[in-house]
Design a protein around this ligand. Structure first.
Ligand SMILES: *Cc1c(COP(=O)(O)O)cnc(C)c1O
Length: 392
């Protein structure tokens, strides 16, 4: 009998299955790259790696603009985005349909901005007419829409949001921390003005790198010197360094090695193939889950391809389901860290994974659901997922 404590002591074991919506399992090739010796961050060797890593991010973000990797978490670049565009009292319009929209509102308030939120039922997206109504009523500094709301599995409609602000002074700020590299993202074509991303989701790296890019329209605002006081996160500094092909402060050298390698993996597979694989895996996961009574949390026309969120069936304790998945199968998935705790499960469908990983997840979930007394037809999830994988 293995207790959770002794299982934890056996860590790291190759039976541990990290299946969260982030951080995700880091592929061997990336971990090997991270283990390389540290070199001078101002020397020729590192400058080459820094610049080529940024160049390899460019097609994923879909931008011709400078891209700035910063040594911080996802929340750090969310804060950096607002620090560089708001001043106290300026208005922000935030689509709040989950935890990350809520976090943007909290950060904005902490910085002294005036926050208006469009509160949408979790699992849904905002009605563009409602967004437009707000934009017509006030001069907003920015409209904020999360690309991939990983607390609900909802994908935001950035192309529409971009059209709504294009002819206005309002900037479109978006968080694609859990979307980038797993879902289509077209910063320039959609009219996204500030995009933030992180290393630990579909970019397949450990946590610790935040990535931020800004449009010309956003740079006009950033360069005006009427913003909040800032230093480390001052994007004007990052931009000066970018123009010299380096990082302002000591970069997270090892994580850049890792990102260099993970971007090679992505481009060797082909960006379009990577996105198609994520779509296929998400489709299989959802079809398999539906076959054993797990209803998708996100509305059908706006579902993420990197995170799958399901209602826990009536009568089942979601917290127990998650605990048993770990104790019995060492499969680590997420619940909800909010009012949905115990009622929702969340699983990552991103990174260096394949159909077999999804089938294993489903097999384990099926097993534990049955143990907890939910009536499931054993094997139904596998059959449904396998069929769904095939219908490209
Ligand atoms: C995971 C995630 C983050 C991460 O923030 P951290 O500060 O790195 O924990 C931010 N936004 C979204 C949408 C995410 O999915």
């Amino acid at each position: 009998m293995t207790s959770p404590a002794s299982a934890a002591m056996a860590f790291p074991a190759d039976t541990y299955r990290l299946r969260l919506p982030g951080p995700i399992a880091v592929p061997e090739r990336v971990r090997a790259a991270i283990a390389r010796p540290i070199v001078s961050h101002r020397g020729l060797e590192f400058r080459a790696i820094w610049s080529r890593t940024i160049d390899k991010l460019r097609p994923l973000l879909g931008t011709a603009q400078p891209i700035h990797p910063l040594a911080t978490s996802g929340t750090g670049v969310m804060e950096a985005a607002l620090l560089n565009i708001v001043a106290p009292g300026e208005r922000l319009l935030i689509v709040n349909n989950g935890q990350w929209g809520e976090r943007f509102a909290t950060i904005g308030r902490a910085l002294g901005a005036a926050i208006d939120t469009i509160d949408v039922p979790w699992g849904e997206t905002a009605d563009p007419d409602v967004i437009e109504g707000h934009l017509n009523r006030h001069d907003y500094r920015a409209l904020i829409v999360v690309h991939n709301e990983s607390s609900t599995g909802v994908m935001g409609d950035l192309a529409t949001a971009g059209r709504l602000v294009r002819e206005r002074p309002t900037l479109l700020v978006t968080d694609t921390v859990s979307g980038l590299a797993g879902m289509d993202f077209q910063m320039d074509a959609w009219g996204v003005d500030v995009a933030v991303a992180g290393s630990q989701k579909a970019l397949m790296c450990p946590p610790g790198l935040g990535i931020i890019a800004a449009s010309e329209k956003a740079w006009d605002v950033i360069r005006r010197d009427d913003r909040l006081p800032r230093f480390f996160f001052d994007l004007r500094r990052a931009r000066d360094s970018y123009d010299k092909g380096e990082s302002t402060f000591t970069p997270a050298i090892s994580l850049i090695y890792g990102l260099d390698a993970s971007l090679d993996m992505i481009h060797e597979e082909g960006q379009a193939n990577v996105l198609a694989r994520h779509a296929r895996l998400a489709r299989g996961m959802k079809a398999g889950a539906a076959a054993i009574g797990l209803e998708n949390f996100a509305k059908a026309d706006a579902q993420s391809n990197t995170v799958a969120c399901f209602h826990v069936p009536e009568g089942i304790d979601g917290t127990r389901l998650i605990r048993r998945l770990y104790e019995k199968h060492r499969t680590v998935i997420a619940g909800a860290r909010n009012r949905l705790q115990g009622k929702m499960i969340r699983i990552g469908t991103m990174g260096a994974i394949a159909e077999g990983d999804i089938l294993t997840d489903l097999m384990h979930i099926e097993d534990v659901l049955a143990e907890l007394g939910h009536s499931v037809e054993k094997g139904a999830a596998i059959v449904a997922a396998t069929r769904a994988f095939r219908c490209d």
